[in-house]
Design a protein around this ligand. Sequence first.
Ligand code: ADP
Length: 478
Amino acid sequence: MNVLMVSSEAVPFSKSGGLADVLGALSPALVKKGEDVRIFMPMYSFIDHKGFRKGVSYKIPMLASEEEVSTVHRKLDGVEYIGLEHPYFSARKGIYGDTSFTPYPDNGERFMLFAKAAVLYMKASGWYADIVHCHDWTAGLVPFYVKEEGIKAHTVFTIHNLAYQGDFSRFDAVLGGDRLDSSFFYGKAGEERLNMLKAGLESADGITTVSPTYAEEIQTEKYGCGLDWLLRERKDDLKGILNGMDTHEWNSRTDKFFPEHYSVKDLSGKNALKERVLKKYGLIEDPSLPLFTMISRIADQKGYAELLGGNHPVLEELLCQKNFQMLIIGTGDKHYEEKLIDLAARHENLSVKIAFSSETAHEGEGAADFFLMPSRYEPCGLNQMYSLHYGTLPVAHRTGGLADTIIDITEHPDTGTGFLMENLSSEAIIDAVNRAIRFYNEEKENMVKAIRRAMTTDLSWDKSAGEYIELYNSLKNK
Ligand code: ADP
């Protein structure tokens, strides 16, 4: 089967979040199962051209002009990466904006051109997909263009995060020069805006999201981001397929950032790593204190409002207990970053690194005893999976992919792999963190058993890739 993935980011060439990881891991897993997979992605200025060869040149009709585009190609792990060359991408510093907080004002037009270019690539190259698999709002118009161009492929649209919908003014909507379906617009009567994610949901043959629990949650008002009614309408075409994780990049036996390694059989390297990391990040050099880590965007979604804001800032209250330490790695909301830096200056059991750093992320995952993930919602989440594989027990909100990957130790002492909070609140965070600390201090043998169970959880892409192929086949046979 020929599969064309369309995504604005893909590891190892571009990444702002989990979406990129999925592209970089699902695609080779599909290739291993015998599929011909190509990833269509923008060729940003920061991508090194080394190893790419020239592809095809063609024109994209837009409202005001015909835009010249071309492709460059590179095969990696059996996957053909197709980079789209256009100044919209090659002449910009970032993916969606120069910084993550200031989107480019012409993102509507940029990704309209991108979506059209992905579809017209098939005409220009003569390679046609059986399945065009579109990821998130930046590829939301692709299913529409596939139909407009009369291409006989089936389309799948995957929601990686429903909160990012790519909505633009009616004025932007005409810049592609197409007559867009009125169902792609959304908002109060008379104020409807083009919503690219909605366009994907309205026109794709199949819809997926990245965990079974999130697939259920987004059909409710609480998690539906205004589109729950549409997802309920399309519930027979909506499937949750849990992401896997990259078990090469995240492997405690071979991790390239560690001098010390460890395995299910021999955990001693994890202790050595903890000692080194405590020292490196200026924490108290006492490995008997449980170490928690958090690695994420510093944003409300990840639980920072509950940890730092409001009238009950939990993190400081917890730090005052002085019976654990914490390493926080992330970048994001400046207001929260400043609060974290201030807290770290006042509490010797907190170390904060404001950076996007793979090395620190790996060290944090490997060295910690617990991984705190109080996300308000989590479509799938990757860090809890890395944590499980690194024997770092997650302490998380029972939502989305967190609910699908973690088994609560309090409820299931013999099979548990972490600690879950039922509802997200300051009290629930305190309760879950303290349950973890008590488990660490009072149930040492059970803790080692839970670590070993966590490390052997099957989180590979193989199973998920099989489920995607099943879906592709069911669409082809429809
Ligand atoms: P989201 O896509 O919502 O940001 P995920 O958990 O799905 O959350 O994926 C986040 C990815 O980005 C993971 O691979 C995580 O390790 C990585 N990441 C997030 N923040 C940092 C950081 N400050 N340094 C290094 N890696 C980070």
